[in-house]
Design a protein around this ligand. Structure first.
Ligand code: FES
Ligand code: FE
Length: 413
C-alpha cells in the first residue's frame, strides 16, 4: 500500500454498521488527501447543469483540490469535459469560474484549442511539429437529462442505471430550456462528508429549518414515505392522495432508493397543503412555468446522488446543489436556481424570493455542519449511533466506505 495513505485502511476497518465514521476520517489531513486524490476521482461526480453552459463555447469549471476540469458546450451542442491543463507546458487555460469563447486560448504562450479539445494553433513550433497529435486530456462526462456528471479516472464505473432512471424522471423539466437565475457559492467550515451526511437526514429539520418546513412540511426528505416504514399516518395518507393527482399529470412514479447498490435516489414529495413551490409563501417564484406545466402543481421531485449532489424540481423552478471538498474542514456548496429561459428577472421572478428558502436552509445547515465538525475534533468524540430516520446517512457512509476500500485497493496494486 502507498505509505501516503497508510492510516486509511485501518480507519476504514473501524467502520461499524449503524454508527458514524471514526474521527480521523472526518477531520484528518490524510483522509482529506485520500478523498480528493483517490476516492472521489474514482466515482462519478455531479458538476453542473446544461443551463450553466447554454450556448456553444460556454464553459464552466469544476475544481476539486488539485484537479480542475473545463466542462463546455461544443459547436455541435454536445457537452464535453477536459482537464484544465495546457498540453504545451501545463498552464491552466481557464482561470475564471465560467466564461464563453469560440476557442480556448492558453494565456501563457497562446496555444489555441478547438472546443472539441483538438489543438488549432501553436506559434513557432518548427516544421516537425504535428499539431494533429495533440488534444486536451479528456474527462469522462455524461449529460443525464441536463444534469452533467464527470469522472476523473480513465476507467469510470458504470452509470447506465442512474442515467436511465434520472433522465426518465426529469425529462419533463426540460433543463435545456432553463437558465441560471441565481448561483450561491457557500463555503462551509466542515468536512465534505459531514455536509453530505447533514443533507441525508431530516432528523434535524423540525428544530432547525422553519423556512423549509413551511413549504415541505415535516414529512419530507429522510422520512415520511410509506416505503420507509416510519411515516406518520397523516403524512402517508396525504402522500397517497397526492399520488393520484400526479398519476393524472403523468408524473407519478415509485420511489427509487439506491437500487441494487446504485448511487441515486428519486422521490416525488408533496408540498404542504396549498403550496406549489419551495418558496416562503408556497406560491410560484417564477410565473413562467417550466416543462409542460400549464398550471402550478403541488409536488416537487427530488434527486439525491452519491457522493456529492442533490436537486429539487418544482413546476416553476429547479434548484441544484453540488458539493466539493476544499480542505479537511472546508467545503464548497454551490447552489443554483434555474428558471424558464424566457422568464424575465423583476417581471416573472424576484431572485431574492426565488432563493429565499434554500438560502436560509443552507445557512442553517452550514452552521450545523460546522458544529458537527468542531465537536468531532474533540477528544470526546466516539462513533455515534444513527436514528432510524438517518438511514440515508448510513447509505452514504456505506457508499463512502465501499468506494474507499475499492479505491485503496487500486492504489495498492
Ligand atoms: Fe499553454 Fe505554453 S503552457 S501555451
Ligand atoms: Fe438541513
Amino acid at each position: 500500500m502507498s505509505g501516503e495513505y497508510g492510516e486509511i485502511g485501518a480507519l476504514l476497518g473501524q467502520d461499524r454498521k449503524g454508527y458514524s465514521l471514526p474521527q480521523k476520517l472526518y477531520v484528518g489531513e490524510q483522509a482529506f488527501a485520500f478523498d480528493t486524490q483517490v476516492m472521489l476521482p474514482s466515482v462519478w461526480l455531479y458538476a453542473c447543469t446544461v443551463a450553466h453552459i447554454k450556448k456553444p463555447g460556454d464553459w464552466f469549471l469544476f475544481e476539486m483540490a488539485d484537479n480542475s476540469v473545463i466542462v463546455l458546450r461544443g459547436r455541435d451542442g454536445a457537452v464535453r469535459a477536459f482537464f484544465n491543463s495546457c498540453q504545451h507546458r501545463g498552464a491552466r487555460i481557464c482561470e475564471a469560474q465560467r466564461g464563453s469563447s469560440p476557442k480556448l486560448i492558453c494565456p501563457y504562450h497562446q496555444w489555441t484549442y478547438n472546443l472539441d479539445g483538438s489543438l488549432l494553433g501553436a506559434r513557432n513550433m518548427g516544421p516537425e511539429f504535428d499539431k494533429s497529435t495533440i488534444n486536451l486530456t479528456p474527462v469522462a462526462v455524461e449529460n443525464i437529462g441536463g444534469l452533467i456528471f464527470i469522472c476523473l479516472t480513465d476507467t469510470p464505473p458504470p452509470i447506465d442505471r442512474v442515467k436511465a432512471d434520472i433522465a426518465a424522471q426529469i425529462a419533463v423539466y426540460d433543463l435545456e430550456h432553463c437558465k441560471i437565475a441565481v448561483q450561491d457559492d457557500l463555503i462551509e467550515d466542515a468536512n465534505w462528508k459531514l455536509v453530505m451526511e447533514n443533507n441525508r437526514e431530516c432528523y434535524h429539520c423540525d428544530a432547525n429549518h422553519p423556512e423549509l418546513i413551511s413549504c415541505l412540511g415535516n414529512s419530507g426528505f429522510g422520512k415520511g414515505l410509506p416505503e420507509d416504514g416510519n411515516a406518520e399516518a397523516s403524512a402517508e395518507a396525504h402522500l397517497l392522495a397526492k399520488r393520484g393527482e400526479w398519476a393524472a399529470l403523468g408524473i407519478d412514479h415509485d420511489l427509487v432508493e439506491f437500487p441494487d447498490g446504485w448511487w441515486h435516489r428519486i422521490a416525488r414529495l408533496p408540498l404542504v397543503d396549498g403550496a406549489v413551490s419551495q418558496t416562503m409563501d408556497g406560491k410560484v417564484a417564477s410565473t413562467k412555468l417550466i416543462g409542460p406545466f400549464e398550471t402550478p402543481e403541488t409536488s416537487s421531485l427530488s434527486i439525491w446522488t452519491q457522493p456529492n449532489s442533490w436537486h429539487h424540481f418544482c413546476c416553476d423552478h429547479v434548484v441544484t446543489f453540488s458539493l466539493t471538498p476544499l480542505a479537511a474542514d472546508k467545503t464548497l456548496l454551490r447552489t443554483s436556481w434555474l428558471v424558464h429561459e424566457d422568464a424575465i428577472e423583476g417581471v416573472d421572478y424576484d431572485p431574492a424570493n426565488l432563493s429565499a428558502v434554500w438560502r436560509a436552509t443552507n445557512g442553517q445547515d452550514g452552521y450545523l455542519a460546522a458544529l458537527n465538525h468542531r465537536g468531532i475534533r474533540t477528544d470526546g468524540y466516539r462513533q455515534g449511533p444513527y436514528a432510524p430516520e438517518e438511514k440515508l446517512v448510513e447509505n452514504f457512509k456505506e457508499f463512502y466506505v465501499a468506494q474507499s476500500r475499492a479505491a485503496l485497493d487500486g492504489v495498492a496494486t
